[in-house]
Design a protein around this ligand. Structure first.
Ligand code: KG4
Ligand code: ZN
Length: 346
């Protein structure tokens, strides 16, 4: 089965063609970072307009690079939520309309299921069952995954998502949006031990997270060391970036270890934009291999938003015979554990 995947949930237009026999045939990503940079965050209306401008040329480009004519497609998968409604509507309408015109089925994919399954595109994919740590700009969740669509939420953030906390901490240090990669880069120059930030909620039982206290601690530390321009000197900013990143990483490591102990599972999958963080990947790998667990993640470009993960997830569900009627439904919020089971991949 060959599927065209369309991702437009936020500020990236991602397109891919995935074939269940041949693997990923082509993919491309257009990032709107420059459009939103001057506002310090994503402006929903501008995001929708830019998706409209870019989506069809990008589909044409990816289909040509994948050597795929419309007749060779068996289905179209588009992100149907969670995300920005206007942005989702662009991908969903285009995907649905093309499927109608080409007389093939279409399916709306859950964005976080896309992230969760992205490591399946790697040469050595994880096997079910596993625990997934989903860490993106909008979500921080620990999920027990028995198969596609068989998800039990183990814990989640009670306030900010991890990616959001990275973005806000970056703003405090006057770094550009998106802040995660900027903090990670600056942290490389940081000196360990200069500051130690609190590890939120690790002394409490359970698998929920909270990052608002860490955010306030970061803000206070920046204010305490600020010079006349309102910012600490460059070295202090780097020390703060490292202290922040280390606090986030060790909190996530502690909770992931706890989730594996609680479920008795021995495989952890990390997915979503923050799983691109090299410090997080290496700390999780070294802590969890010690307890005999394996850690899996997608290649860097498939950690953040992309069309390949939507094409893959959609393909699995289309293979199981799932598809949607002509009316387009998109959702700003959509609980992952409300998705139907998908038997085919078990
Ligand atoms: O999954 P994603 O691309 O979009 C959402 O679904 O939200 O995640 C974006 C988030 C942003 O908050 C960004 O700052 C964060 O992922 N991020 C990172 C890194 N790369 C992206 N956070 C920490 N370290 C990184 N290397
Ligand atoms: Zn995402």
């Amino acid at each position: 089965m060959r599927v065209l995947g369309i991702e437009t949930s936020c500020d990236e237009t991602g397109i891919a063609v995935y074939d269940s026999d041949k693997g990923l045939l082509g993919h491309a990503l257009y990032s709107q970072i420059d459009v939103h940079a001057e506002y310090g965050g994503v402006v929903p209306e501008l995001a929708s307009r830019d998706h409209v401008r870019k989506i069809l040329p990008l589909i044409e480009e990816v289909m040509a690079a994948a050597g795929t004519e419309p007749e060779a497609l068996d289905g179209i998968a588009y992100t149907a939520g969670p995300g920005l409604i206007g942005a989702l509507m662009v991908g969903a309408s285009v995907g649905r309309a093309l499927a109608y015109g080409w007389n093939i089925p279409a399916l709306g994919v859950h964005h976080m299921e896309g992230h969760l399954l992205a490591p399946m595109l790697e040469p050595e994919p994880p096997a079910f069952p596993f625990v997934a740590l989903l860490v993106s700009g909008g979500h921080t969740q620990l999920v027990e995954v028995l198969g596609i669509g068989e998800y039990t939420l183990l814990g989640e953030s009670l306030d900010d998502a991890v990616g959001e906390a990275f973005d806000k901490a970056a703003k405090m240090l006057d770094l550009d949006y998106p802040g995660g990669p900027q903090i990670a880069k600056l942290a490389q120059q940081g000196r360990a031990g200069r500051f130690t930030f609190p590890r939120p909620m690790v002394d409490r039982p359970g698998l929920d997270f909270s990052f608002s206290g860490l955010k306030t601690h970061t803000l206070n530390t920046v204010a305490e060391h600020a010079g006349p321009d309102g910012l600490p000197d460059q070295q202090t900013c780097a020390d703060i970036a490292l202290a922040f990143e280390s606090a986030v990483v060790s909190t996530l490591v502690i909770k992931c270890r706890r989730a594996l102990e609680q479920t008795g599972l021995r495989t952890l999958v990390i997915a979503g934009g923050v799983s691109a963080n090299v410090h997080l990947r290496s700390e999780l790998t070294s802590a969890l291999t010690k307890i005999g667990a394996g850690v899996f993640y997608a290649r860097h470009e498939f950690c953040t938003d992309n069309g390949a993960m939507i094409a893959y997830a959609g393909c699995q569900r289309l293979l199981a015979g799932q598809s949607e009627p002509l009316g387009v439904t998109v959702r700003a919020r959509w609980p992952l554990d409300s998705l139907p089971e998908c038997k085919v991949n078990k």
